[in-house]
Ligand binder design. Structure first.
Ligand code: SF4
Ligand code: SF4
Length: 136
């Protein structure tokens, strides 16, 4: 039995690996995969429909700069990823198609404190590093 197992193991060494090292090597994702949301600030009108649609009350509409370093502010969604189901309803209901699904499912989501799970408008717009606030 032991010899049989060793022979089996040796026979499989040159073969291509079927396992994947996660999260270093991410899994292939389908087109319909719903990961961390992306906000297009130029399209968002701050209407709040996304927030009203969210079944988990994960979205708040907050005032934020229209662009990095800008003194001008407008209303944008902020998503609490800790409460998000990734159902995609906010994306479907947005009248301006300002929200979309990103493909990130580890980056930006694995956090140690609740405040770091808040995807602020600048994080949703990828104006800042979404891993910001992580313990290294
Ligand atoms: S993301 Fe869409 S639904 Fe949400 S506030 Fe902006 S325009 Fe309205
Ligand atoms: S994906 Fe669903 S749960 Fe997450 S913020 Fe949008 S509506 Fe809410």
């Amino acid at each position: 039995m032991v010899l049989k197992n060793i022979r089996y193991a040796l026979k499989n060494i040159p073969k291509k690996r079927v396992t994947r090292l996660c999260p270093e090597v991410e899994s292939p994702l389908s087109d319909r995969f719903r990961g961390l949301q992306i906000l297009d600030k130029s399209k968002c009108i701050g209407c709040g429909i996304c927030a009203n649609t969210c079944p988990n009350n994960a979205i708040k509409i907050i005032k934020a700069p229209i662009a990095p370093g800008s003194g001008k502010q407008r209303w944008f969604p902020e998503i609490d990823i800790g409460h998000c189901l990734f159902c995609g309803l906010c994306i479907d209901q947005c009248p301006k198609s300002a929200l979309s699904s990103g493909k990130e499912y580890t980056k930006g989501m694995v956090k140690w404190t609740h405040k770091d799970l808040l995807m602020t408008p600048d994080k949703l717009a990828r104006e800042v590093d979404i891993d910001e606030g992580d313990e290294k």
